[in-house]
Design a protein around this ligand. Structure first.
Ligand SMILES: Cc1ncc(COP(=O)(O)O)c(C=O)c1O
Length: 383
């Protein structure tokens, strides 16, 4: 059994230390710290968007985007069944109706054909999630949105630095929403940002995030309904440093993912991620694997943990099976692929992809050992 941890996360050094100290000594710690606007500009520019609105997390960014786009009661919003809960509950929190629509069997992202089937006269928006860091189909989904006049909010909480045909995730829709929560590939512990290239939408989202203040208005002048979603100076300073590390980390993860694809693929028991050829950069927030059916997923995960491979996880069920929706308007389209995903797939988190190649070999050996003992494991689990 392996006892050594994989790479530590988050990664930081003197740059973050100095950045936090700089904010401390500036005595401007809150959302009006110049570090916040510097980070908004840098993150938006890196992701090829004109405007960035930093926020407290990647949940309120989704809510602000929906509100800024005028989505509310009576509107339907298409979401995938395989995501973090916030993708769907953000829709409910603005009074609209999430419509759970199936994912594609290979990419685990919203399937454009299923989205087309789910559109009704009430559909106002869709929230494609770039699940695990792989961009959703940014040809077909924006096309459908144009055809049916739908708002697109990309949930890019997993997709910092990811790209589709060379264009950055988060820059295709009316809004792109990112999270900087502890586990994400850029983090300040918590945090989020909305990207848009539409100036009017940017101003509305900023007003919603900043107590309804308008551009050029006074501190106590509130022209619309808002709240306080502001990011702090500390977080922005740390995120500037994290952004500088992102390109090298993306490269390292992609190199290690290629090694794992080859070595794990040849074990015959697990199915490495299928990356759409139009994806030019996969964010690899999660390295997602399928199983060939010789061992149940949860038994496999227990065995992997017993071998000392950390960070393996899976969604137990599609989002719509959470009790929260019992009391909320929602619609469930037929989602056989979402159901299959939750039965058969799992992932290891991105810090495993920052490891040395020898660490990766421990992972491969653990999978081979489970494969070789799978018959015994399955029969022992039956008794
Ligand atoms: C796909 C997705 N959307 C939204 C969120 C919400 O982000 P946060 O935790 O920053 O509120 C998360 C994350 O944790 C996520 O994984």
């Amino acid at each position: 059994m392996r006892r050594k941890p994989f790479a530590a996360w988050p990664v930081f050094d003197e740059t973050e230390r100095r950045a936090v100290l700089e904010v401390l000594e500036s005595r401007v710690w809150g959302g009006y710290s110049p570090k916040v606007s510097e980070f908004e500009r840098a993150f938006a520019a890196f992701h090829q968007a004109a405007f960035g609105i930093a926020a407290a997390n990647g949940t309120v960014t989704l809510e602000a985007a929906l509100l800024a786009a005028g989505v509310g009661p009576g509107d339907e919003v298409i979401v995938p069944p395989v995501s973090f809960i916030a993708t769907a509950t953000a829709v409910s929190r603005v009074g609209a109706t999430p419509v759970f629509t199936d994912i594609d069997a290979a990419s685990y992202n919203l399937d454009p054909a299923r989205v087309a089937d789910a559109i009704t006269p009430r559909t106002r928006a869709m929230i494609p999630v770039h699940f695990a860091g792989q961009p959703a189909d940014m040809d077909a989904l924006p096309d459908l949105a144009r055809r049916y006049n739908l708002v697109v909010i990309e949930d890019a909480a997993h997709a910092h630095g990811a790209a589709w045909r060379g264009r950055m995730a988060g820059s295709f829709g009316n809004f792109g929403s990112f999270s900087f929560q502890q586990s994400k590939t850029m983090t300040a512990g918590e945090g989020g940002i909305l990207l848009t290239s539409d100036e009017a939408l940017a101003e509305r989202a900023r007003a919603i995030s900043n107590q309804g203040r308008c551009k050029g208005g006074a501190w106590y002048e509130h022209t619309s309904l808002g709240a306080n979603y502001r990011l702090t100076g500390w977080q922005a300073a740390v995120l500037l440093a994290q952004l500088a590390r992102l390109p090298a980390q993306l490269n390292r993860r992609a190199r290690n993912a290629a090694v794992l694809d080859r070595k794990l693929g040849s074990t015959g028991i697990v199915r490495p991620p299928a990356v759409d050829p139009r994806v030019t950069t996969h964010g690899y927030y999660l390295y997602v694997l399928g199983l060939n059916g010789s061992i149940p997923r949860d038994l496999f995960l227990q065995a992997l943990e017993a071998e000392g491979i950390p960070g393996a996880s899976a969604y137990p069920h599609p989002l719509y099976r959470n009790a929260v929706f019992d009391a909320l308007p929602h619609r469930i389209e037929d989602c056989p692929e979402g159901e299959r995903f939750c039965r058969e797939c799992f992932w290891v988190s991105h810090e495993v992809l920052l490891a040395d190649e020898s660490d990766l070999d421990d992972f491969v050996r653990a999978v081979e050992k489970i494969r070789d003992g799978s018959r015994e494991l399955v029969s022992a689990a039956r008794v």
